[in-house]
Structures are given as structure tokens and as C-alpha cells.
Design a protein around this ligand. Sequence first.
Ligand code: MG
Length: 427
Amino acid sequence: MFALADCNNFYASCERVFNPALRNRPVVVLSNNDGCVIARSQEAKQLGIRMGVPAFQIEKLLTDHQVAIFSSNYALYGDLSVRVMNTLASFAPSIEVYSIDEAFLDVSGIREEELEPLARRIRQTVLKNTGIPVGIGIAPTKTLAKLANRMAKKTREAVFILRKEEDIRKVLSETSVSDIWGIGNQHARFLNQHGMVSALDLTAAPDEWIRKNMTVVGLRTKKELEGTPCISLEEMVPDKKAICTSRSFGVPQKELQQLEEAVATFTVRCAEKLRQQHSAATKIMVFIHTNAFRADQPQYARNRVITLSPPTNNSIALVKAAVAGLRAIFRKGYLYKKAGVIVTDFVPETEIQQEIFAVQASPRMKKLMESVDKLNRENKTTVKIATQGSGRDWKLRQERLSPGYSTRWGEIMAEGNCEIRAYSYSI
Ligand SMILES: [Mg+2]
């Protein structure tokens, strides 16, 4: 049996944890540069605010209903996510963190009558430890657990066990094929064209037909809907094959120095991620481009790939390469909207060859990077490379950013934060 725990309206719920004045008030969170709505509280959904709508299009609605608006605060969401996942992990022998706000738990071996009390206990404990409400669906396969979770969201207890055959049939008949986990828009349209509307219709189709038209992946989904587990729990997240850090600028940039600061900062972030997974990169690509939507402005877009020899995860070496790449492609006279850095072609850190003059592979350099990572974990930018500058000019527009309640000591006592004592740490 699998349990799927999914946080309700995760980003909006995170904003509420430390700000009780937001309870029962509509809350929305905006994407980078405060562009579009990417999370909505239940109240905001009821106002008819759609996912992805640009904030400026619904300005009147937002003011009329006193909707609380936030810039995305990924430091806060990431930290609360870790706490939610740690709490969930204490309830099951293995857990797969599926996304920032969702995890599958292995609950096989639990007696049938124990499943519902367990789900309630998980929900209560996560709420108590983190302040985040979760919905829990339990079923014999991951695909059915996803459906059970959808059902859970519609109940007051936010818990749903999908186990008995007649219950499964009923839920399948009420679920449209487009709402099945793993069925994309294209396959959903294809199934509709062949008269299959509900998930139950899909299970009625012959195996061979599914395999022929939707490959073995489709067949696996069918089996899962029938209660035969085909997708197992993936406990280990495979290491990334490429790491990208890029941003659109709040205000377009035209000077090389500002772009250098931005590119250096993105590179340092890539380097941190590389060190986290103990990889070193063989290639780094830097790119810049103007705003393609501004037909009235001259357009320019270039990238440059630099081979790193030896492969490295050292911030200083990577920044040097990235800035050299940037200088080679930079042209004056354009308004740059976006820049980014991608590192690829990884080798394990332990395999970096010790070349005689390879300063960045030296044990002392490794130690320096470890110390920098440690300091920066505690407070995001304690130590920077000089090229990163202040970031004042190119930074994201984040006019409505909430405090880093759970990651920055200096921001804990922020205004409106009067319930800090109710917060319990789970370690
Ligand atoms: Mg969610």
C-alpha cells in the first residue's frame, strides 16, 4: 500500500504559518518578478482567481477583496518542505519525495483497519510540527494513491482510503482520463476520440490496444488503475545531469558590469549545487538575451560554452570561466532581459585528476569551498566572490517578499509575526 501526502495550496499555506492574520483571508503568491499567480489559498480559488493569471489583469479583484499578495519566497518554502518531509519520514520505513509539497510513503504491512487512523495521525502531526495542512490518500498503487489524494481533498478530514474493489470502480468512473497521473493532454485527447472518457473506460480497453497506442507506459498506468502495482517507490533521487541557474531581470540591464555580477551569482549557485551532489562539471555555458516580446527594441541572443580542464566544482574557477564567456558574447547597445548559466557533463568529484598546476583541485581549495558553503548555509550570502557585487541593480523584483521566518534569525521578529511560540521544531 502507498500513501500520498500532498500539502494543500503549499506556497499560500507557507505564507500563513507565521502570519495568523492571514487565516480565512484570500492569499496569492506571485511568480518571479511578481508576474503571475502561482499559488492560491482556498479563499482565493473561490474568488475565481485562476492559476497562472498575470497579477495586473486582476488588480481590481485583488484590491476589492483585500487579497494578501506575496512574492515567491523560495527560502521559506524550501525550508518548510524539508520539515514536512522529515515529519512524514518518521511514519514509514521508506518515503519518496516526489515534489516540493508531495511525498509517497510505503505503508504496506499496516493492517487494513489501522490505515485510516494512521493517515489522521500523519496529518495531525505534520500540522502540529510545521503548521502546513496536508491531504492523504492511501491505495494499493501509486496511480490510485494519486486519485485517492484527489478524493481526500474533497472531504473534511482530508483523508481517503481507496482499497475495496467497488470503491475503486466508483472513483474510476468519476475520474476523467485527463486527471489520471501519467496521462498527458495528448493521450487524453486521443482516448476521448476513441470514446474513452473516464478512467474506468480506460481499464476496459484491451491490453494490446493500449500497448500499441500508448506504449508500455500506458499499459503500466492501466495495470496500476486495476490495482496491480507497477511503479515502485523511488527512494533515491538520481543526481542531476545538468544544473541551470537563470533569472529574468526586474529591470533590463545594459552594462557589462551588472551582467557580470548576475552571471557570477548564478555560477556560484550552480557550484554550490554541484558540491552538494559531489559532482564536478566539464562544461559551463553562459547565455544572455534581450526581451523577445519587445518588437520595438533591437534583439540579441548569444551563448558560449567553455570546457573546464580539469573538471571543477570550485566557485572561483567556474566564475572565471563564466565571466570570460560572458565578455566574449556581450555587445553594447542592447537591453538585456535575462542571463543564465548551465553546467553539464559531470564527473564524480573524487575523479578530478590532480594536475600539477590545478590549483582549484587542491585540498586547501576544497576546504575553502566547504567553509564557504557552511557559512552560507547559515545566512545565504555571508561570503561572496567580489565579482558578484551587491546585486542591487539586476536583482529580481520582489516587492512583496515575506520574511525568512524559519531560515534567518534577523527576520524572525518581523511585523505581523505574533505566534512564533506556537511553532515547534522537528529535527
Ligand atoms: Mg499540493
